[in-house]
Design a protein around this ligand. Structure first.
Ligand code: GUN
Length: 295
């Protein structure tokens, strides 16, 4: 069988960003509205710093206002909550993202709960989680939203397909389950206690891997022709002591069996920030009661 089609997340994300750029231009033009995204980073975790820098850069490139708040690692919960409240009240800010993980002295759930659900562009607030699960208008977490876009592009109509989501995190696994269910897939959510995980995976037309275990899902776990979305970003020791990024799927064996597959890097990763920008446009339009430009 021929190797799988490689789903190019970088090119896909560039298209999403171009669309966002056209929407932002239309909003400025027609409604004098410039969407604004505020990102809050506590501490100096290197991976988070890279994310935040990229978010700021891409937000500005799309024509939106970008606000960055960098707080010291020792920041207390009250200070962070005061900043969140200030951003909730700021009419120039339409989206708020507090970068996770937060230092130990801060209660993550309390901070997420303090964000105005209308500005919660991460889709982590329980109100948005509840809205997504009941099929009402929600802000949807960025990574699963990006995965769904790529899946729809690769597969077309998802209705009736068997899907498996490997991983049950609040950020990816659970919202991915809700989105696939919303597309009328028959969805299994697998996790560390699942019995016969390879057998469960082999049943699936669509496999989304989000477990954080490098190369765990092997080619012979995959149904021939299935579409595989690899959310994992794992840094492993490579040749010559250098590190490299790998996914949760063993790409070399999987590419021989799957029908289409996302690579790591260059698959899901670039889509996350692109969807964050798209969520910010959505949030700004809803806050101002204007229709989202088609662009
Ligand atoms: N840390 C890693 N990914 C994310 C994300 O999507 N949102 C937030 N807030 N923090 C993260």
């Amino acid at each position: 069988m021929a190797d799988a089609k490689i789903i190019d997340g970088k090119a896909f994300a560039a298209k999403v960003r171009e669309r966002v750029g056209r929407q932002v231009a239309a909003l400025k033009d027609k409604h004098d509205l410039t969407p604004g995204l505020a990102v809050v980073l506590v501490g100096e975790d290197p991976a988070s710093q890279v994310y935040v820098r990229n978010k700021g850069k891409q937000t500005a490139e799309s024509g939106m206002n970008s606000f960055e708040h960098k707080l010291d690692i020792s920041t207390g919960q009250d200070t962070l909550l005061a900043l969140v409240n200030q951003l909730n009240d700021d009419p120039k800010v339409h989206g708020i993202l507090v970068q996770l993980p937060l230092p130990d002295q801060i209660d993550e759930q309390a901070v997420l709960a303090a964000i105005d659900p209308a500005k919660d562009v991460d889709g982590f607030h329980v109100v948005n989680v509840g809205r997504l699960s009941t099929g009402s208008e929600a802000l949807v977490p960025c990574t699963p939203r990006g995965c769904l876009m790529m899946l729809k592009d690769a597969v077309g109509d998802l209705s009736g397909k068997k899907a498996i989501v490997v991983g049950r995190s609040n950020i990816v696994g659970k919202p991915m389950f809700q989105l696939l269910l919303g597309e009328s897939c028959t969805v299994t959510v697998a996790h560390s206690r699942t019995q016969d995980l390879p057998g469960e995976c082999r049943e699936a037309d669509i496999l989304v891997a989000a477990v954080g275990r490098p190369g765990m899902i092997k080619g012979d776990w995959i149904k021939p022709g299935a579409t595989v979305i690899d959310v994992g970003i794992n840094r492993v020791e490579g040749e010559g002591g250098k590190t490299r990024l790998v996914g949760d799927v063993d790409f070399d064996s999987a590419v021989k069996v799957a029908g289409a597959i996302t690579p790591v890097p260059g698959g899901v990763g670039p889509m996350t920030i692109a969807c964050l920008l798209a969520n910010t446009v959505t949030a700004a339009c809803r806050q101002h009661g204007v229709e989202e430009p088609e662009a």
